[in-house]
Design a protein around this ligand. Structure first.
Ligand code: SF4
Ligand code: SF4
Length: 158
């Protein structure tokens, strides 16, 4: 049950996570650090720590998590989720937090730019980053600037 005394935004975030992912499970976290120990994103950036993200959810600090870029450092590799002895859906929770951040217009600007590229070209990166000459030299065919099938599917989804 989500605490009704929380500030509205924290309560709404936790309610949303509870309905979709059973966020109550985070309260079974006993801070063993297994998630942080195997996290590749943490290896690159020691400031990132999935254990702390779960801790902030336990402490009802979901709103401040949405306001930070921290949740965007996760590579969604699922190592933490597979290893958590308490079965906490860590990666799914981080993905849900990202979705909420996007819905609330709180995602980093680069994320919006990449989403627009995928919608318009079906690619995460503009094709001009590829060197067509190098492709030809390697015997590879030229690539179309737009992946039409992907763009069509995304249009149908929206
Ligand atoms: S692995 Fe699970 S129980 Fe251990 S700190 Fe991470 S979330 Fe908590
Ligand atoms: S899913 Fe994210 S938080 Fe979990 S181990 Fe991978 S990079 Fe780290």
């Amino acid at each position: 049950m989500v605490d009704s005394n929380l500030q509205t935004e924290d309560r709404d975030v936790l309610q949303d996570l509870a309905e979709r992912y059973g966020v109550e499970g985070v309260r079974s976290c006993y801070a063993c650090g297994t998630c942080a120990a195997g996290c590749p994103a943490r290896r690159v950036n020691p400031a990132y720590n999935p254990r702390k993200i779960i801790r902030m959810l336990v402490l009802n600090e979901a709103k401040s998590l949405l306001e930070k870029d921290t949740i965007w450092l996760c590579s969604s590799c699922y190592t933490c989720q597979e290893r958590c002895p308490q079965g906490i859906k860590i990666t799914d929770l981080i993905t849900a937090l990202r979705n909420l951040a996007v819905q609330q217009g709180r995602s980093p600007s680069g994320v919006g730019m990449q989403a627009n590229l995928v919608r318009s070209q079906g690619r995460l990166y503009a094709l001009d980053e590829f060197d067509d000459k190098k492709r030809k030299k390697a015997g590879l065919p030229s690539l179309s600037p737009q992946i039409e099938e992907a763009v069509r599917l995304l249009k149908e989804e929206s």
